[in-house]
Design a protein around this ligand. Structure first.
Ligand code: GYE
Length: 314
């Protein structure tokens, strides 16, 4: 951390306010992917609420799912001289030049949620996020059990090139490798949004293979929720005619499970604000941190949905 007080700290001192720990006042620049899903909205709220609670000055920027917007935001955080830069990279590749610029400026980087593919792991201090490959495996295992290892599967893929889309597919296919009668016959990106999930599912259902489909694997709940609408509009029963498994565990997914329309949601916890700012404070103070910090999560099906619903925070 720099020795001079951050802007928030300076203005507080100028106002004559006594800060409990002025030396800990931090300015963090955070570049968010966008607002594409219920997961993302919950993630943003967790980060903003935690920053406010800790009196961290948060420079928040929404990239609207575009890497170029994220790179611009990161450069502007460097220009502003923030203490720590955190971001959730929309896609895995293309970050090396800007990460090198940040490193040269001496600003530590905390990656949240999505990983980057870089040749030098020293380009970021730490990464806090879920194990997306394991989430894909969990979805695959659940579906194998539910269907007795027999399924004609449609897949709604997340944003192309993003860590969760790449890794969830990988984990799911790994499980299919051990189940020769489970096959993906249709696979297309729905960009992690409800609208696209619906649109792609509508097209699937109109195709000859789509009429054979017995199961749907959606890389996130929002796309599954959009697909549920398409399935209903096609006169079919989601959750019965087509078994649906998705990932995130957002509140609306629990509502759909409780209504029998979604069969399973693998949890991906977005409430990482507290862990993020613990890490930001540690790296700003030059303390050692693990290079990879996992997020804890579970798997829920219809039998647990109604009981879990009142306690869902996102
Ligand atoms: O699953 C999806 C969101 O990166 C884990 O991004 C996140 C994913 C999440 O759009 O809903």
């Amino acid at each position: 951390m720099k020795l001079s007080p951050s802007p928030a700290c300076r203005s507080a001192l100028a106002l004559g306010l006594a800060l409990a720990h002025p030396a800990l006042a931090l300015t963090v620049g955070f570049s968010q992917v966008g607002a594409e899903s219920g997961w993302r909205t919950a993630n943003t709220s967790s980060i903003k609420a935690e920053a406010a609670k800790r009196q961290v000055t948060l420079r928040f920027s929404d990239a609207q799912q575009k890497q170029e917007n994220q790179i611009k935001a990161l450069r502007s955080f460097v220009a502003q001289g923030v203490d720590v830069i955190a971001f959730s990279p929309v896609v895995e590749t293309g970050w090396e030049p800007v990460l090198r610029e940040i490193k040269q400026a001496g600003i530590p980087v905390v990656l949240t949620d999505r990983a980057v593919a870089v040749s030098d792991p020293g380009l970021f201090a730490t990464f806090i996020g879920s194990d997306f490959v394991e989430e894909g495996r969990r979805a695959g295992r659940w579906l194998a059990q539910k269907t007795g290892g027999k399924a004609v599967i449609a897949e709604l893929v997340g944003t192309p090139g993003s860590a969760p889309a790449i890794d969830r597919k990988k984990g799911f296919e790994e499980i299919l490798g051990a189940h020769p009668e489970m096959k993906i016959v249709l696979s297309q990106s729905g960009d992690f949004t409800r609208a696209k999930g619906k649109e792609v599912m509508e097209a699937f259902l109109k195709s000859p293979q789509g009429r054979q489909v017995t199961a749907l694997f959606a890389h996130n709940d929002d796309m599954a929720l959009g697909a549920i609408q398409a399935i209903e509009e096609a006169g079919l029963k989601p959750g019965q005619d087509i078994i649906i498994v998705s990932i995130d565990g957002v509140r609306d997914a629990f509502v759909a499970m409780a209504a029998g329309k979604l069969n399973c949601s693998v949890e991906c916890n977005p409430l990482i604000g507290p862990q993020l700012f613990d890490l930001a404070a540690a790296v700003a103070a030059g303390q050692p941190v693990p290079h990879r910090v996992p997020v804890a999560e579970g798997v829920y099906d219809q039998s647990q949905a109604a009981a879990a619903l009142p306690n869902r925070q996102y």
